[in-house]
Design a protein around this ligand. Structure first.
Ligand code: EPU
Length: 428
């Protein structure tokens, strides 16, 4: 087991460069299966979920070449099978994008029901509804989602019952090579939806309206190879902004699209942070005590659910009482129990958390329950007095590239300890 050991209480100062967006990368990599030619994808974050997705593509026969740690070339001209390895696919939520891409290109996909973070029930009924509307037969057999169509899918109107990032992207993937024009209504509007549309268009697709709630996909016969650069990660940037809020200090967050961060920036400003906008950077400074505020998570452009745990940590060291309401997932407060070990005062009732700010948190051994909960524990450890040990960092490394290095560069005292190191330390 690997853990992060953090000696907290140090204000962060310096610069952090943001990596490519995880949730765009894990959709764009499977989207390369739709392309007849070589796709060169730049600004790929080097994280576990991306490595897993690339390995799944290799396993089904795609030629995947790492040009450097953040650039990959994928050639899906000679796919061996449309059945993704069960154990590989179920490790990652985004493996559901393989269904849309394989079905759209080859008329057939067999992919394990996806895994990923545990936020209560995570159905994929809207994904399967979209595939069925486009003319596929979809069934679950022995843990696999089996999707088949006779020839090309047929364009249609798809109205989603809930706003779903994954279902919107999967419908786009399936519709790109379909016969006719598909209209996706009540679509999600996250920046990574626009990024996927831009990727597909740069390979020859005809997708319009991404970023609004109606997306039109005019089917084309074929996608050709090309080059694409993934957008910066909104949530990674927000996580480091929250870290500066919790610890104090001054950090320039570079290589971002400030507009994507408005939903996060505005809340941090309400809490008393100073934010100065540059073309592709934000300067974050905390010189005054933090103030309480209320947060409700919502689909974009609302406050992102993927920033809820990190924001709750910031509020737990702000003055006064704050209310956090989770508006996307049924259950995303498992980390609160861990935060209480560090002295946070938080009461959870269903989708609401009441946070009573404390003077400061105290270091403790805690667990990363999932990716963003793990990031929240790191922020808590950076802000706390004393030493915090965050266990199960495998969750954090699924989604944050070089987190220890990036934080160390701005003065944080954080180190990654492998089990062997632990054993040696104990023996001494
Ligand atoms: N939903 C359904 N049926 C469906 C799909 C979704 O009822 O078929 C519901 C969900 O239960 C949830 C809501 O719709 O209540 C929104 O879920 P969505 O489909 O948007 O989530 P997702 O696509 O599975 C992605 C991100 C998550 C992020 C959510 C919301 C990826 C790989 N994952 O999940 O990211 O929380 O959108 O923004 O893109 C993370 O990065 O830490 C993470 C969990």
């Amino acid at each position: 087991m690997t853990k992060f050991v953090i000696d907290g209480g140090v204000p962060l100062r310096g610069e952090i460069t943001i990596s490519g967006a995880k949730n765009a990368a894990v959709a764009i990599i499977p989207a390369a299966l739709l392309v007849d030619g070589i796709c060169r994808i730049e600004n790929i974050p080097e994280i576990r979920d991306v490595t897993l997705m690339l390995n799944i593509l290799r396993d089904i026969g795609a030629d995947v070449r790492l040009i450097n740690r953040n650039c990959v070339e994928i050639n899906a001209s000679k796919i061996r099978t449309t059945r993704a390895d069960y154990d590989m696919a179920r490790k990652i939520r985004a493996s559901y994008y393989l269904i849309g891409a394989l079905l759209g290109r080859f008329g057939s996909a067999q992919v394990a029901l996806p895994g990923g973070c545990n936020f209560g029930d995570r159905p994929i009924d809207q994904h399967t509804k979209a595939f069925k509307i486009l003319g596929a037969n979809v069934d679950v057999q022995n843990g696999y989602v089996m999707a088949e169509s006779e020839g090309r899918l047929t364009a249609a109107n798809i109205y989603f019952d809930v706003v779903s990032v994954g279902a919107t992207m999967n419908a786009m993937l399936a519709a790109v090579l379909a016969d006719g024009t598909t209209v996706i209504e009540n679509a999600a509007k996250e920046p990574h939806i626009v990024d996927l549309a831009n990727f597909l268009n740069s390979m020859g697709a005809n997708v319009s309206g991404a970023g609004t709630d109606v997306i039109k996909v005019r089917g084309v016969k074929k996608l050709e190879g090309g080059m694409y650069t993934i957008i910066p990660d909104q949530i990674e940037a927000g996580t480091y902004m929250a870290a500066v809020a919790a610890t104090g200090g001054e950090v320039l967050i570079k290589n971002i699209i400030p507009k994507h961060l408005d939903c996060i920036t505005s809340k941090l400003v309400e809490m008393g942070l100073e934010v100065t906008e540059h073309d592709d950077a934000l300067l974050i400074k905390r010189s005054a005590p933090l103030k309480n505020t209320n947060i409700k998570t919502m689909p974009y452009p609302g406050f992102p659910t993927d920033m809820q745990p990190q924001a709750t940590v910031v509020l737990s060291v702000a003055s006064g009482m704050s209310i956090v309401t989770e508006g996307v997932w049924d259950s995303r407060y498992q980390y609160v129990e861990e935060l209480r070990r560090m002295g946070a005062k938080i009461q959870v009732d269903g989708k609401t958390a009441v946070v009573e700010g404390v003077e400061s948190l105290m270091g403790a051994p805690v667990r990363a329950c999932d990716l963003r909960a793990g990031a929240a524990m790191v922020i808590a450890g950076l802000a706390a007095k004393g030493t915090t040990e965050v266990e199960d960092v495998i969750h954090i490394e699924r989604g944050y590239e070089l987190i220890v290095e990036k934080l160390t560069a701005v003065g944080a005292r954080i180190r990654r300890v492998e089990e062997e190191d632990n054993v040696i330390q104990k023996a001494q």
